[in-house]
Design a protein around this ligand. Structure first.
Ligand code: 3PG
Length: 400
């Protein structure tokens, strides 16, 4: 983007592919981290006199307009953060978008409606995606890719559109890639990785890769129960991916061969029912040993002994990567495990990277100061796939 700004963008229509996929409660944004993260790029372009068109997806609508997934709240928040009026187009490549872009004057900003209201955005068919990218290209003169959270998606606005316009990477993507490079190239040891979240299957690739890189891996969240089951323990009605047990056993074996320390919960907080996250009614939690979860209850958070253990395993780290909450942090009865990991990172001098929509939102929603962490990534799947060493379509498209 520096080169682009040096060449001059005044009067040019600049398409910024952002990731404004923020968590919403109705039309209320519960964590605006992703909007704040892309604001500097939008502001720099606007200050340089560009006519800025900001585009993003939100959620997973089915390729057709759906008011529940409108970007209008995100557009309004972007306007507040910029301290300026932001125009909003109620479609993506239709009449509203064309008219809104045509009405933009130098230095002004518009947001167009959710890209995924068009089937072409996410289509697996190259021609269909290409046809949608052609229509998006008509709106702009230049493309800036700055939606780091979506760079792992081979979607029209991420992958096909930059091939049709002069393009550059935005400041957010440059920062994110710079940080993740540090974790893949010259990592300072001990390198401790904390993985949580619900599904083991989402983390297999990254575990595979991290067994070659990390010194210690701490497991929490819903995925921990598949590990506990693989070790022969009963897990009651906890989340379980039985089909992943052979893979998990393979990883535990390889970790031992490689001298990578794998740490699992020693106690967990359980309940007979999944909590009501909206009403936040009391969850009736109880703490049990992780190797003796009774039938009929499910693990919903790490227990107090695990929290102490994980804090001690993080205390001597020089580098930490954390992806995925340790429990159902949205409910106060099951937030302690996630809080304990966040607090351990705040207390530690290690360079800590918090990756992922959920864990990044968790640290902010739980009230931690985001400046107390080395870096809070805006990308969940994107940062995991980067660490797996995969080619990310949205970065490859900006490289040539
Ligand atoms: C994310 O939340 O990880 C990104 O915005 C990508 O969203 P997606 O998983 O729906 O493609």
């Amino acid at each position: 983007i520096d080169e682009l700004l040096a060449e001059g963008v005044a009067g040019k229509r600049v398409f910024v592919r952002a990731d404004l996929n923020v968590p919403l409660d109705g039309t209320t944004i519960t964590d605006d981290g992703r909007i704040r993260a892309v604001r500097p790029t939008v502001a720099r372009l606007a200050e340089a006199g560009a006519r800025v068109i900001v585009a993003s997806h939100l959620g997973r609508p089915k390729g057709a307009p759906d008011p529940a997934f409108s970007l209008a709240p995100a557009a309004a928040r972007l306007g507040e953060l910029l301290g300026t009026e932001v125009a909003f187009a109620t479609d993506t490549v239709g009449e509203s978008a064309r008219a809104t872009v045509a009405a933009l004057t130098d230095g002004r900003v518009a947001v167009i409606e959710n890209l995924r209201f068009n089937a072409g955005e996410t289509s697996k068919d190259d021609a269909e995606r290409g046809a949608f990218a052609d229509r998006l290209a008509e709106l702009a003169d230049v493309y800036v890719g700055d939606g780091f959270g979506a760079v792992h998606r081979k979607h029209a606005s991420v992958f096909d559109l930059p091939a049709r316009l002069p393009h550059a990477a935005g400041g957010l993507i440059a920062t994110e890639v710079g940080v993740l490079k540090k974790l893949t190239e010259d990592v300072t040891r001990p390198y401790v990785v904390v993985l949580g979240g619900s599904k083991v299957s989402d983390k297999l690739g990254v575990i595979d890769h991290l067994l070659e890189k990390a010194d210690r891996i701490l497991i929490g969240g819903g995925m921990a129960y598949t590990f506990l089951k693989a070790q022969g323990h009963e897990v009651g009605s906890s989340l379980l991916q039985e089909d992943q047990i052979p893979a998990v056993l393979g990883y535990l074996e390889r970790a031992e061969e490689k001298g990578v320390e794998f740490v699992l919960p020693v106690d967990v907080v359980v309940s007979a029912q999944f909590p009501d996250l909206k009403a936040k009614t009391p969850g009736h939690p109880a703490t049990v040993a992780a190797d003796a979860i009774p039938a009929g209850v499910m693990g919903l958070d790490n227990g107090p002994e695990t929290n102490k253990l994980y804090a001690s395993k993080l205390a001597d780290a020089a580098t930490v990567f954390w992806n995925g909450p340790m429990g159902v942090f949205e409910h106060p009865d099951y937030a302690e495990g996630t809080k304990a990991v966040a607090q351990a990172l705040v207390d530690s001098p290690a360079f800590s990277v918090v990756g992922g929509g959920d864990s990044a939102a968790a640290v902010r929603i739980l009230g931690f100061d985001e400046n107390a962490f080395g870096h809070i990534s805006t990308g969940g799947g994107a940062s995991l796939e980067y660490l797996e060493g995969k080619t990310l379509p949205g970065l490859a498209a900006l490289e040539d």
